[in-house]
Design a protein around this ligand. Structure first.
Ligand SMILES: Cc1ncc(COP(=O)(O)O)c(C=O)c1O
Length: 435
């Protein structure tokens, strides 16, 4: 197997860095463990092609959105058709209402929806709705869970070790970026994920101030970490009992774990759901869904909310995802990758853990069981080994997500893609133990 030559990507990055902050348009577009990012020219299906002429099998999926793969015909046709009729009207359209109605039919918590453009904005709006609905201001947020880049949201994510987090009952407020106003996080209460006893104490002691408990129902962003058996159900009950809303941030899990999101997959319905990324197959669109009585309290604003192009893309994406067998096929392909990852770990004397849930698969080194919480990930998951794996896979034509071991399958991945990926895994695993 030949190592890819990516000199043009390297040179392009060196030049681009002079004019663009960090040389990329979002933090993880260059992985912390890579010297330079690969610059792409085009993608089709699960394949991407870089400026040096290399072909990759992709599991990054534009960080989640491209659930139909790259340049899918159905989405391209819908978008192209809309382009000929105008990209932005700032008026309702028939398609807008069709999409809103469709979303209320497929998402369990959705009596009504409202649209935004990004996951960050959808979170901002959802938190506002929860505060308006309860008349209370505090939001319980879990350590390590990312909900967007606004001042109030970007707190206690991305730690290097558990010491930085402090005690589970008194978690350190870690600010992420220069210029971030700490005062905006005064209404955030931090809690450890997957620890129902600590959460119960927090909620019961502060119930008259807490508007909502906010969580990724499958902690993906800094994980991935599944909720323990019965955890989501217990949090649901705790919230109901204490007049606190439960918000699921499904920006990653939405449309990926199933058409109705993680709430459908796990059978636990939150009061508010937040969706983005895969909702429109790669065109920016986000949305919150919830009860009519709550949703009608706040009026969404945003010039680019649900543009006709985004609406057309979303309708086309949902129609494709609804086709029978789509999720089962992604899951079966993910299962093959996970089996190979675990087998190769054993064959090479490396501890590995893998798991698959339809459009999301998870690969971790250093453990051979599901991680329990973020502290467990920081203490026990071997992120240096993952970084090495990431770079080696990249060198031989498989694009994984950087750092966290969360990989995205798309409806376009084929058996051939999986076979080739496994061949690359087989080639690089023995190199993981080399210095
Ligand atoms: C769980 C979660 N919520 C919110 C966001 C923010 O979404 P966006 O990047 O579209 O603003 C992200 C982004 O990765 C996310 O993973």
């Amino acid at each position: 197997m030949e190592k890819f030559v990516t000199e043009k990507s390297k040179a392009l990055f060196e030049e681009g860095k002079k004019y663009l902050v960090d040389g990329v348009s979002s933090s993880f577009h260059v992985a912390p463990c890579e010297e330079y990012p690969i610059a792409m020219i085009r993608g089709k299906g699960a394949r991407m092609y870089d400026i040096d002429g290399n072909e990759y099998i992709d599991y990054i999926a534009g960080f989640g959105p491209t659930i139909l793969g790259y340049a899918p015909d159905a989405l391209n046709e819908a978008v192209a058709d809309q382009l000929t009729r105008g990209v932005q009207f700032s008026t309702p359209t028939e398609a807008l209402y069709k999409l809103a109605k469709k979303l209320t039919e497929i998402i369990p918590c959705a009596e009504m929806v409202s649209f935004q453009s990004s996951g960050t904005e959808a979170n901002m709006h959802a938190w506002r709705v929860a505060r308006a609905a309860t008349g209370k201001m505090k939001i319980v947020k879990f350590e390590g869970q990312y909900h967007g880049w606004a001042d109030e949201q970007k707190i206690t994510i991305g730690a290097d070790n558990t010491e930085q987090l402090g005690a589970r009952t008194n978690i350190t407020r870690i600010m992420t970026t220069a210029g971030q106003r700490k005062s905006t996080t005064d209404d955030i209460i931090l809690a450890p994920w997957n620890d129902i006893d600590t959460l119960t104490k927090i909620v019961e002691e502060n119930a008259d101030e807490i508007a909502a408990v906010l969580m990724e129902p499958y902690m993906c962003d800094e994980g991935p970490i599944l909720g323990k058996e019965g955890y989501l159900e217990a949090v649901r009950e705790l919230c109901t009992k204490n007049n606190v809303l439960l918000i699921f941030d499904e920006v990653i899990t939405g449309f990926r774990m199933s058409l109705g999101g993680a709430q459908e997959y796990f059978g636990v319905t939150p009061d508010i759901g937040i969706f983005g990324k895969a909702i429109a197959g790669g065109i920016s669109l986000s949305m919150i869904a919830g009860k009519k009585e709550h949703m009608e309290l706040c009026h969404p604003s945003g010039t680019f909310n649900a543009t006709p192009v985004a609406v057309a893309a979303s309708l086309a994406t949902i129609a494709e995802l609804e086709k029978p067998g789509t999720y089962e096929r992604m899951d079966a392909l993910g299962a093959q990758l996970c089996d190979a990852f675990i087998r190769l770990g054993k064959e090479n004397g490396i501890k590995t853990y893998a798991n698959h849930h339809n459009g999301i698969s998870q690969f971790q080194f250093g453990i051979d069981r599901a991680p329990e919480d973020w502290r467990d990930v920081l203490d026990n998951v071997d992120s240096d080994m993952y970084d090495k794996f990431y770079n080696l896979c990249r060198d031989y034509g498989v694009r994984l997500t950087s750092m966290r071991g969360r990989e995205y399958l798309s409806a376009a991945h084929t058996q051939e893609d999986i076979d080739r990926t496994i061949a690359v895994f087989e080639h690089v695993f023995p190199m993981l133990k080399e210095a």
